[in-house]
Design a protein around this ligand. Structure first.
Ligand code: 9MR
Ligand code: ZN
Length: 539
């Protein structure tokens, strides 16, 4: 049983010294703040507050400023709640979000020395046929299971890897720890070893002409069984423009990152990225991916590949210095791209990161100065959304749809990058509110990361967590969160039609529509966590 909802919503993993402590009050009683010795540090009179539209809560966001390391208690007439301030509060959860991807590994045994009780034998090891040409059969080992299902999808995988690689490039002090994975101690930072597990799979997803298969899945989702029991055939589903361009970008980035560690592998990655680009050049007309008849696994459809091509051009420019990629990226940028989204569908933001933080002046005036101006302008909207929300959550009420954690984490990333470019405190503080949202400062009083917090997601829509017979879910997985659409009749009935958007959530295994996990929901949280961990260390 979960503890009852508290009147105080806090980051349940604690707060960090050196960063503002913000808590949410959902009470009309007077409140006091005490330190560990019981001394009253502050008292707050009740105040009338506007109702937060997304949640229906009369909520007041209290900025307590910086607090020294310690244990604190918030108290009103009816209850009290304790929170901590520590220098390294968020390293465990940030590391766990990376380790969460280890638990998604496909094709290998998860051994007790790394996985604790969450072990399983190797899964999905059989070779796969091409869906459209069953005579073509190939072994495509490894990769991460995408989400609560066992599919592996090229574009989402490429984006997830890129988040990890940029977390390490931009904020190494916040994500270079020991994760206790099989590669620990190899000389390559663990976060890069984890990303490499996916990258090696990604390299196998390329057809001989340079295109990438869109996904490697069965024709239907498995029931709630362990992965090694899921033995129906997997297929290489048709190639797509978006998958090819995202893989090209990701591999070009990876070539730069892994070159100091494994030069031959970096060469192979760059070759793969270039041949994917050549395929895109030879196939300029966008063809949206559709599930072939009879296939019901994830679609990951997209309306355009302009943003994927842009990201690829930026990364290839960074990897090769070839001016042809600069002009390709410049003309795609001129088409008008939204640079502040960090999800699988719109990947232009990753191209922007490449230009603004890696290439910098070398990108040239357009891709550095102009692009920076556009980026800074566009990232204002995340701040405006945060300010309009009672909990400081940068999501409009009508935008709480499937995987609402993604736009929220994505906005955290865009505000972090703004703060890095400008030094703006308001951006950093608003980004931090998104991190607090994920870890408990929200309308549900829920920590969305499994294994953390006193009120935490316990029943994610995640096949191994549902099938392993272990009470606690696999740790370090972030739930998709509230979805006002409630497409599943069962969820709709239990949640209630008129529930406010930010409360349309059900911590029950069948509720994929609100409580699934996904690799690309973990990974932007890793980026944000790495930043705040590094910042709290003063680096
Ligand atoms: O993110 C997708 C969401 O927008 C759709 O409404 C939903 C239902 O089709 O599917 C989501 O993506 C899932 C994918 O298809 C398969 N793996 C898990 C993904 C996250 O739930
Ligand atoms: Zn598997």
């Amino acid at each position: 049983m979960q503890k009852p909802l508290s009147a105080f919503r806090v980051n349940q993993t604690g707060y960090a010294a050196g960063l503002p402590v913000t808590v949410a009050f959902v009470t009309d009683e007077p409140v006091i703040l005490k330190n560990a010795e019981g001394r009253v540090l502050r008292s707050f009179e009740p105040r009338t507050v506007p109702v937060d539209e997304a949640s229906g809560d009369p909520v007041f966001l209290m900025d307590l400023g910086m607090l020294p390391e310690g244990v604190y208690t918030l108290q009103c007439k009816t209850e009290s709640r304790t929170f901590t301030v520590r220098p390294q509060s968020w390293q465990p959860v940030t590391d766990a979000l990376v380790k969460g991807l280890y638990y998604q590994r496909c094709g290998c045994e998860l051994r007790p020395e790394h996985a604790g009780v969450y072990t399983h034998p190797a899964c999905h090891t059989a070779p796969a046929a091409e869906w459209e040409n069953r005579g073509f059969v190939k072994r495509v080992p490894g990769g991460w299971h995408d989400a609560g299902d066992y599919g592996k999808y090229t574009g989402p995988g490429a984006v997830t890897v890129a988040h990890l690689l940029y977390a390490w490039k931009l904020f190494p002090a916040g994500c270079s720890g020991d994760l206790n994975i099989p590669e620990t101690g190899s000389g390559i930072p663990d976060i890069l070893s984890e990303a490499l597990y996916e990258l090696k799979w990604l390299l196998e997803m390329q057809r001989s002409d340079g295109a990438f298969w869109h996904k490697l899945t069965k024709d239907h989702f498995a029931p709630f069984i362990m992965p090694q029991e899921d033995t129906d055939p997997e297929y290489l589903m048709p190639v797509s423009h978006c998958a090819t361009a995202a893989a090209s970008a990701c591999l070009a980035l990876a070539a730069r990152v892994y070159r100091p560690f494994e030069a031959a592998l970096a060469d192979r990655m760059l070759q793969a990225a270039l041949s994917a680009w050549n395929w895109l050049q030879a196939n300029p007309e966008f063809v949206p991916f559709r599930n072939p008849d009879g296939v019901r696994t994830g679609w990951y459809g997209d309306r355009t590949d302009r943003d994927e091509r842009f990201w690829a051009a930026c990364e290839l420019l960074a990897a090769t210095g070839d001016a042809a990629f600069r002009s390709a990226a410049e003309s795609l940028f001129a088409e008008g791209l939204l640079l502040t989204e960090f999800g699988w569908a719109n990947v232009a933001g990753l191209g922007a990161v490449c230009c603004l933080f890696d290439l910098k002046e070398k990108a040239g005036d357009i891709l550095f100065a102009d692009l920076k101006e556009t980026f800074l302008k566009q990232s204002e909207s995340a701040l405006a959304l945060s300010r309009a929300s009672g909990y400081g959550t940068s999501l409009a009420p009508e935008r709480y749809s499937w995987g609402s954690i993604l736009p929220i984490m994505s906005n955290a990333v865009s505000m972090i990058l703004n703060a890095e470019l400008t030094g703006r405190e308001d951006m950093r503080s608003a980004a931090l509110l998104q991190w607090h949202y994920a870890l408990g400062m929200n309308a549900l009083d829920l920590c969305f990361v499994t294994g953390f917090g006193e009120r935490s997601v316990m029943h994610p829509h995640h096949r191994p967590s549902g099938a392993d017979g272990i009470g606690a879910p696999v740790p370090g997985l972030i739930s998709g969160g509230p979805n006002k659409g409630l497409p599943y009749p069962d969820t709709r009935e239990k949640v209630g039609e008129n529930t406010p958007p930010a409360k349309c959530f059900l911590d029950e295994t069948p509720s994929a529509d609100t409580n699934e996990i996904a690799i690309y929901w973990n990974s932007p949280a890793v980026l944000a966590g790495a930043y705040f961990c590094a910042f709290a260390q003063g680096s």
